[in-house]
Ligand binder design. Structure first.
Ligand SMILES: O=C(O)CCC(=O)C(=O)O
Length: 258
């Protein structure tokens, strides 16, 4: 069976991330990484900030997503800088969820240093907040900066992991499904015009559905494996804060970006 591994925050040092990197487990979940009450506060504050539509209004975002700027590097860094000020306001006087996630990654990789990705003094975006309303979903896709982000220095990493902190769950739907199938270049012929891939690609692949996530939980996946989020069917929007980490083996460094 291909099952996610679930840990309490106190067990963080016993996480074996290599099994996730090499596809032996679909996901690692850390329960209660972030305080539920603070999640509620952030969700309340988010109502006052402007969001950008993504994918024909499939979701609303705060913060740029590098994969949407693959050939518009200057625009990405400009948007990243502008949005850092917004994140500072959203998290003002609260323990930063960005620092909390980076600290968790530092505990999981005790021999590595973890810091923000930067290029010629320009900082990459630190995170992305995604708001998915009822009826929305994330189609089948993969994230692979080594392939899609070739114009960016971060594309030279050895491995990529994705961390998603859940700030608010919908009453139903919005489950992540991870497929035991890693993207390969030949799959590009199954790519949709706007975003994602044909579900045919994963017809016969084993999968794991994460359905019991609560606010404050952190879900870590290897995003080079196909994954999707099912339709949100409850009235409450699904709200998450995501970031990637890129692992460099030769100098034991890990860089964060979104
Ligand atoms: O929102 C999620 O749970 C998944 C987001 C996603 O597609 C990713 O982290 O690559």
């Amino acid at each position: 069976m291909w099952n996610a591994e679930i840990f309490d925050i106190s067990e963080i040092h016993s996480i074996n991330i290599e099994s996730l990197i090499h596809g032996k487990v679909p996901a690692i979940i850390i329960r209660n990484l972030y305080d539920k009450k603070i999640c509620e506060k952030i969700v309340e504050r988010l109502k006052n900030f402007e969001k950008s539509p993504f994918l024909n209004n499939e979701s609303n975002h705060i913060g740029p997503f590098l994969m949407s700027y693959t050939t518009r590097k200057d625009e990405y860094f400009t948007a990243a800088k502008k949005n850092e000020k917004i994140f500072e306001s959203v998290f003002s006087q609260l323990p930063s969820p960005i620092i909390k996630i980076r600290h968790a990654i530092g505990c999981i990789f005790p021999d590595y240093s973890v810091c923000s990705a930067r290029e010629l003094e320009k900082l990459y975006s630190s995170c992305i907040i995604r708001i998915h309303e009822k009826g929305k979903f994330i189609p089948l896709h993969k994230d692979d900066v080594k392939y899609e982000g070739k114009e960016y220095g971060i594309s030279k990493i050895d491995h990529q992991i994705s961390c998603v902190l859940h700030l608010q769950e919908s009453e139903s739907g919005g489950d992540v499904i991870i497929f035991k199938k890693k993207w390969i270049k030949e799959n590009e012929k199954f790519r949709n015009i706007d975003f994602g891939y044909s579900p045919k690609l994963v017809d016969s692949a084993e999968s794991f559905q994460i359905s019991n996530i609560e606010s404050g939980d952190l879900v870590i996946i290897n995003p080079n494996y196909y994954h999707m989020v099912t339709k949100i069917t409850g009235n409450l929007p699904r709200i998450t804060l995501g970031m990637f980490f890129g692992i460099f083996r030769h100098n034991n460094r890990i860089f964060a970006w979104a």
